[in-house]
Write a protein that binds this ligand. Structure first.
Ligand code: ATP
Ligand code: FE2
Length: 335
């Protein structure tokens, strides 16, 4: 397939290779995620994992979609934000492939890539993105030629909060899906639970959010004997309501009618339902890409690389260093 673009994702515990065709159509990625059996991720351990699995994973992508490296048109990679040691592995592989095949290198912004794969897959034009992942919780929209962060977490990402809560009670990473199952089970057995939400601290701070207080309060509740599944349900309701509230205000403030979900926590059905309800009440629409495009994946990097490449932007080797703190609004929208 001539003219395809490769995308490398390596911001945190996931290494992924994805691709888009010459006309920008997404090809599902090959993804390998490090899942520590205990504790959080150690950046150096994750980087070693990425190095170990990279060769096999790239081979998988080539054979899955019948792609040939000789037909490559450009190589895109996550330049930031993320864990430095992990980003460097992806950047190193991307540089080597670009030089070896004599094609342009395109360093892209991971957060912007979540928006662009969502826009492409859901056919929405000018959304407010609710980006809810392990490390990030941001409400983003396009204003004056950049994606601006209108609200974000002041402490930990919402996914991290869910993972920490689950891990404390013996459930290894990823904790989000476990909490979703426990919450659903609790609601099934207690149809009136909606009337008796447990009291947790308010997570909204103006247009921002903060989740560590909710985490501490929820953890203490279980330690004092409140059933785990009951707390899972209230924790979800509480944390998701905070995100939906900030997203709604962003839509009102920026005058936008489309809401787009992205990030691993967007796999959660309850969050999806809450977002649909909010958008409908505002006479707007809520969009979610397929689950494998919500989690970190190489295809979203390839898609943004394709857009930037076709708009004439490439990254010189001298400017290809990773930036763990790269801001969403650092990328001018030239496509
Ligand atoms: P980023 O680098 O963008 O911060 P990440 O490395 O945290 O992303 P993602 O793949 O976007 O990775 O998301 C992983 C997170 O998504 C984990 O915190 C996980 O618990 C959460 N998650 C996955 N599925 C669900 C679910 N069904 N409900 C809630 N959370 C979920
Ligand atoms: Fe992400």
């Amino acid at each position: 397939m001539p003219g395809w673009v490769l995308g490398l994702e390596s911001t945190a515990h996931t290494l992924s290779f994805g691709a888009v065709t010459a006309d920008g159509a997404a090809l599902p990625a090959c993804i390998d995620t490090l899942r520590p059996t205990e504790g959080g991720i150690h950046p150096r351990v994750a980087a070693d994992h990425h190095r170990d699995v990279a060769g096999g994973l790239l081979d998988d992508l080539l054979s899955k979609h019948d792609l040939d490296l000789a037909d490559l048109e450009a190589v895109a990679y996550s330049q930031g934000p993320g864990l430095g040691a992990c980003l460097q592995v992806g950047a190193g592989i991307a540089r080597a492939l670009a030089v070896r095949h004599d094609v342009p290198l395109v360093g892209v912004n991971h957060c912007v890539a979540h928006i662009e794969i969502g826009r492409a897959e859901c056919a929405c034009d000018d959304p407010v993105l609710l980006y809810v992942s392990g490390g990030n919780t941001q409400v983003i929209t396009r204003l004056d030629g950049r994606y601006r962060v209108l609200g974000e977490t002041l402490d930990i990402g919402i996914g991290n909060m869910l993972d920490k809560f689950a891990r404390r009670f013996g459930h290894p990473f990823p904790g989000g899906p476990v909490i979703e199952k426990e919450a659903a089970r609790y609601l099934q057995g207690n149809p009136d639970a909606r009337l008796a939400e447990l009291e947790l601290p308010f997570a909204v701070r103006g247009m921002d959010m903060a989740f560590s207080g909710v985490l501490t309060a929820a953890t203490t509740m279980v330690e004092r004997g409140v059933p785990f599944e009951a707390v899972c349900w209230s924790l979800q309701e509480h944390a998701f309501a905070a995100c939906v509230e900030v997203a709604e205000r962003a839509m009102a403030h920026a005058g936008k009618s489309e809401l787009l979900l992205g990030g691993g926590v967007a796999c959660n059905q309850r969050l999806r339902d809450m977002c649909s309800m909010m958008a409908e009440e505002r006479m707007g629409t809520s969009h979610v890409p397929a689950r494998y495009y919500c989690i970190d994946n190489g295809t979203m990097i390839a898609r943004l690389g394709w857009l930037e490449h076709h708009a004439g932007r490439s990254t010189r080797l001298a400017g290809s260093a990773v930036d763990p703190q790269l801001r969403t609004d650092a990328t001018p929208i030239i496509w």
